[in-house]
Design a protein around this ligand. Structure first.
Ligand code: ADP
Length: 786
């Protein structure tokens, strides 16, 4: 059917091209995608008969089969220009829109859709209001074409040249990206002026959005430009500085630090932390006070060892040789150290071996044994003294928020060691205390616990630190003062002290050669006779170890070296006679033999920080009313011991041959010198009782006898601690007879044979036995004397 004939009739039929999306406006052209078989058929039909086609849009895009109700009622009459097959099987056709049609009904649905339509006549809209609308729309459209990148620049020129108001509206509407409902609304608005009005509202909205978008865009661009500009400038500056051989010190520091962080071999957590801090540092201006804080923190992170380790030397024979080279005697101690090392070596660190703890007075070689272990293993040696630590922060450090914060002693020592597996000596673990600043012993427990110490936390470092490869050795002076939780974790090795002969050997073989070397002297220039050394041990030192002895030897070396330097001497020999000229008058009296026995003075033995020491207990009677006076800074327990001793004496007065009125007419004064040193403990009980009974009975006490033991009200003698130290102290002081509780007999097991030979031991079960040994029956004196 020819086209013209169709147009003349009021309604006619056309093949239908339904679109799922998008509106084709009259007088505009655009591509339409075709997938449906029926639509393809419709297009074929149109081209075959050189007919037009009705383009409509579906209300619901997902429908494939449609009826009248599923499409918008206004269609656009169009001509199909060309069809392109696309690789995905669909076809693209180019459709040129002509005029508006109203769809009346479907006349065919298979094999394609065919509809009955009638053309819509557009009223001619001229006049001023329409022209005004036309210009307004054009003005808006001009602005939009300038801002919207999706609209080609010549679209405005095209629009400007369209005279017809309706056509202009259709053209501009097709250029905008309107949603289907809005576009359909414009399509079904027949009057051109009305269409222009609706369009202008859309245009104004669109313009608002575009303007806002452009503002945001400009701001973003400015920001980007600024940072980019700075970046380029900075890079240029660096390049210029490089060319000139100059460097920004801060940048160079940061660069150095980065290399050091990379080389430090930190675990991931620490490395990430370091990198964070470094980045922060780079961003700070160099004058910021934080720069110093971050820098010293990073300095700590990179200087603490993370990976570096020494290789263990595990030949036990060599280890034994090293121990012997530096230490005289101590066979049992050395044996236990070697056993310990052997076990560690066999277990290859798998076994959670307990921590070694050397217990003994100062100067017995605890530190030097630790050093020898390190030397034998080929490990570094570090030492931290815990004496007097009361604050957890001393162990763990302060958080970085504190001014002047630093890591704790553990991390300090690790940095000093420089390796992850040093021998680490924790000195004086018995002197760790707790107070309001937190309990350092809990931090210590963490350090020493193999379950936990692979992730030790120092407040300052703020990242876990692995202490599991460290060989910890602890030292303590007094066993009982180590807190039990700590003591349980440790293998205790006791070094109670040396006897005189051992000290002489140590002096001759170790201390003298060492001091000579330290003072740049040779054996030929300075020598000591054995007699001189013995005199030094007896009269210039009174100690369990050899520290003071070493100091005295050193003092002589210094004096001799000075005389050499002043050319007054070429060689010196220190003997018993000349000793006083070097060291001055004797400091201690050795032995008690020459002193006469006295009434009311008994010799006790106490354990002290320095090992053991003899002490006299003095008791005197004064006319009074039976009071008891105690002086010499006695602790609570010791005062009670004195009370118990007095009660014992009173209750046994008859047996002891003391008249009851002595107690009524006298006051008893007990004094324990040295008066300035605080004393505590029950072990002076029998000594106080002996001195009291001596004073009450006027019978003198043998000065050759020393004693230790707790007393009960009934006069039983109870066992006490620290026997080894006490026996050595008594032996040192030249005592001949040592009275001790029967139940302490087992403590003699480890006492050196020489001491067992030279001391007579009396094991007492009750006070009568003590008195039998201590009180001298034959000596003058007796009841009734003042
Ligand atoms: P401590 O740590 O127990 O206080 P040190 O290890 O500091 O004692 O010892 C003090 C000095 O005595 C050191 O010079 C040490 O070498 C020396 N010394 C201690 N015991 C011996 C020994 N058995 N043989 C050789 N020297 C010793």
């Amino acid at each position: 059917m020819p086209r013209r004939a169709q147009r003349r009739t009021a309604s006619f039929e056309l093949p239908l091209l339904p679109r799922r999306r998008g509106i084709l406006f009259p007088s505009t052209a655009g591509p339409v995608l075709v997938g449906r078989r029926t639509t393809l058929r419709a297009i074929e039909e149109a081209t075959e008969h050189d007919s037009m086609i009705a383009v409509v849009t579906q209300r619901e895009p997902s429908l494939t089969d449609i009826t009248e109700a599923d499409i918008y009622p206004i269609a656009t009459e169009g001509t199909v220009n060309r069809a392109l097959r696309l690789p995905d099987g669909t076809t693209q056709v180019w459709v040129q829109g002509q005029r508006r049609l109203r769809v009346l009904r479907f006349t065919l649905t298979d094999p394609y859709y065919r509809v009955l339509v009638e053309p819509i006549e557009e009223p001619d809209d001229h006049g001023v209001p329409t022209e005004a609308m036309r210009r307004a729309v054009l003005a808006l459209f001009e602005k939009i074409t300038q801002l919207a990148p999706s609209i080609p620049d010549d679209a405005y020129v095209m629009a400007m040249n369209i005279e017809h108001a309706g056509w202009l509206a259709d053209y501009v509407a097709s250029s905008l990206e309107l949603d289907d409902d809005a576009a359909e609304d414009l399509l079904s608005t027949i009057r051109p002026r009305e269409r222009l009005e609706k369009l202008s509202i859309h245009l104004a909205k669109e313009l608002d959005v575009l303007e806002l978008q452009s503002k945001i865009h400009v701001r973003v661009q400015e920001e980007l430009d600024k940072t980019q500009r700075e970046y380029f400038l900075r890079e240029q500056m660096k390049a210029i500085q490089r060319e000139l051989g100059e460097h920004d010190p801060q940048a160079r520091d940061a660069m150095d630090m980065r290399t050091r962080i990379e080389q430090a071999g930190m675990p991931a957590e620490a490395a990430a932390k370091a990198e964070d801090e470094l980045r922060r540092l780079e961003q700070l201006p160099s004058a910021s006070p934080e720069v110093g804080i971050i820098r010293s923190y990073l300095e700590w992170l990179v200087t603490v060892p993370w990976q570096k380790a020494t290789t263990d030397q595990l030949e036990l024979k060599d280890a034994a040789r090293t121990l012997d080279r530096h230490h005289f005697g101590l066979p049992k101690v050395k044996e236990r150290i070697l056993e310990y090392m052997a076990v560690r070596q066999l277990a290859k660190d798998k076994l959670r071996s307990p921590i070694l703890c050397f217990v003994g007075p100062p100067g017995v070689g605890k530190t030097s044994l630790g050093r020898s272990i390190a030397e034998a293993l080929g490990r570094r040696f570090v030492r931290v003294s815990l004496g007097g630590i009361r604050d957890e922060a001393e162990v763990r450090g302060h958080r970085r928020t504190y001014v002047g914060a630093l890591p704790g002693r553990i991390i300090h020592a690790m940095r000093q060691a420089g390796t992850v597996n040093p021998v680490f000596m924790l000195d004086e673990v018995d002197k760790v205390g707790a107070d309001f600043r937190g309990d350092p012993s809990s931090a210590l427990l963490e350090v020493l616990d193999p379950e936990q110490n692979h992730s030790f936390s120092d407040h300052y470092l703020d990242v876990d630190y692995d202490l599991s490869k460290v060989l910890f050795i602890a030292t303590a002076n007094i066993l009982d003062r180590i807190i039990p939780a700590l003591r349980d974790r440790m293998e205790l090795i006791e070094l109670p002290g040396y006897i005189e002969d051992e000290k002489l050997h140590i002096a001759q073989q170790f201390l003298v050669p060492k001091q000579l070397e330290e003072h740049g002297l040779s054996r030929l220039q300075l020598s000591f006779t054995p007699g001189a050394l013995r005199k030094m041990v007896r009269e210039y030192t009174r100690e369990a170890g050899v520290r003071a002895l070493e100091r005295e030897i050193g003092g002589i070396c210094r004096k001799v070296a000075r005389r050499f330097a002043e050319d007054q001497l070429t060689s010196a020999r220190v003997d018993v006679q000349s000793l006083e000229s070097y060291l001055g008058a004797q400091k201690f009296y050795w032995g008690a033999a020459e002193e006469s026995d006295q009434v009311g003075v008994a010799t006790g033995v106490a354990r002290t920080e320095l090992g053991g020491d003899v002490l006299g207990v003095e008791v005197t009677l004064m006319p009074g009313k039976g009071g008891l006076m105690l002086t010499g800074q006695l602790g609570e327990v010791m005062r009670e011991s004195a009370q118990a001793a007095l009660s014992y004496a009173r209750s046994r007065a008859a047996e002891l041959d003391i008249s009851a009125e002595v107690f009524e007419k006298n006051d008893i004064h007990v004094h324990v010198p040295a008066g300035a040193v605080p004393k505590e403990g029950p072990s002076a009980g029998i000594t106080i009782a002996t001195a009291m009974i001596s004073a009450l009975t006027r019978r003198p006490i043998s000065r050759q006898v020393a004693m230790t033991g707790e007393i009960t009200l009934r006069g039983r003698v109870l066992p006490v601690g620290g026997l080894k130290e006490k026996i050595l102290a008594a032996h040192r002081a030249g005592i001949k007879t040592f009275v001790l509780p029967k139940r302490n007999e087992k403590d003699l097991a480890d006492v050196p044979a020489a001491v067992l030979r030279e001391l007579r031991f009396v094991f007492a079960g009750d006070m009568a036995e003590v008195l039998r040994v201590a009180l001298d029956d034959r000596a003058p004196g007796g009841r009734g004397e003042p």
